[in-house]
Ligand binder design. Structure first.
Ligand SMILES: C[S@@+](CC[C@H](N)C(=O)[O-])C[C@H]1O[C@@H](n2cnc3c(N)ncnc32)[C@H](O)[C@@H]1O
Length: 240
């Protein structure tokens, strides 16, 4: 299902190609929604929109279901860059949640094996994955604390779930030598709990970071006051 971004002066919309759409600024015909990227189209009352190609973030923000807390761009981006995963990497994660991290990882890795305990979250994440058309993702229902991860060749295993420390031994067993386990910990006590468990496994603590992001207004130059101060601590451990 292909979508286009309609960028106007006031509003931006994500709509399916070939549909007739009624916007706040008037009606666009199905032909308008077939226009090439970069074209300008006009609603029946003369409001102009540029037809643009949507990226993954446009789809995240405007099309996907968010049933759970989802990982922020700053944290997902750091996980990808810090662990150096690439087109030859297999990665695993628990839990799937809404599939936001899943889809970010799917853009960077060869294969994403995602595990989730709740069937309503699985159904929602699968709808999201289908909408994006990510063909390199599998979502499996499983409590990873009990059943672990299936493979032992992952370059990266991410734990974004309640009590990640309980799944650290299973994550360690599923990671290949030189690979990473990352625990997403909203509170610092969880970092300590995870680091305690690293000691009993083949994982070595690499770093714990809090990624901060401050947005700035350009005219006049000043930081935006509503910048989110804290999401989580990211604890990286390496299998050595
Ligand atoms: C905060 S959400 C993950 C959000 C996800 N990273 C995203 O960006 O959309 C946490 C998920 O972990 C799942 N979960 C909790 N314990 C689990 C377990 N033992 N095994 C698998 N999934 C689990 C929950 O059901 C929930 O969907």
């Amino acid at each position: 299902m292909e979508h286009v971004l309609l960028v106007g002066d006031q509003n931006t919309y994500l709509r399916r190609r070939g549909d007739r759409v009624e916007l706040q600024e008037g009606v666009l015909d199905a032909d308008d929604l077939e226009a090439d990227y970069g074209a300008t189209v006009e609603t029946h009352i003369g409001e102009e929109f540029v037809v643009a190609q949507p990226d993954l973030n446009d789809i995240f923000d405007r099309l996907l279901e968010q049933r759970t807390q989802t990982i922020s761009h700053k944290d997902a981006g750091y996980i990808v860059s810090r662990t150096g995963i690439g087109a030859d990497s297999a990665v695993a994660e628990a839990g799937t949640g809404s599939g936001f991290l899943t889809l970010t990882l799917a853009r960077s890795a060869r294969e994403v094996r995602s595990y989730e305990v709740r069937d309503d979250h699985i159904a929602s994440a699968r709808r999201n994955i289908e909408k994006v058309g990510a063909g390199n993702v599998t979502v499996t229902q499983r409590d990873v604390k009990e059943e672990g991860f299936e493979a032992d060749d992952n370059h990266l295993v991410v734990l974004d779930m309640k009590h990640p420390e309980d799944a650290v031994p299973e994550a360690a067993a599923s990671t290949r030598n030189g690979g990473y386990v990352v625990c997403y910990c909203p509170v610092f006590e969880q970092v300590r709990d995870c680091a305690d468990v690293f000691e009993d496994t083949s994982l070595r603590h690499a770093e714990t970071v809090e990624v901060s992001r401050r947005e700035w207004r350009v005219f006049p130059a000043r930081p935006e006051p509503q910048t989110v101060p804290h999401t989580a601590f990211l604890t990286f451990a390496r299998k050595l």
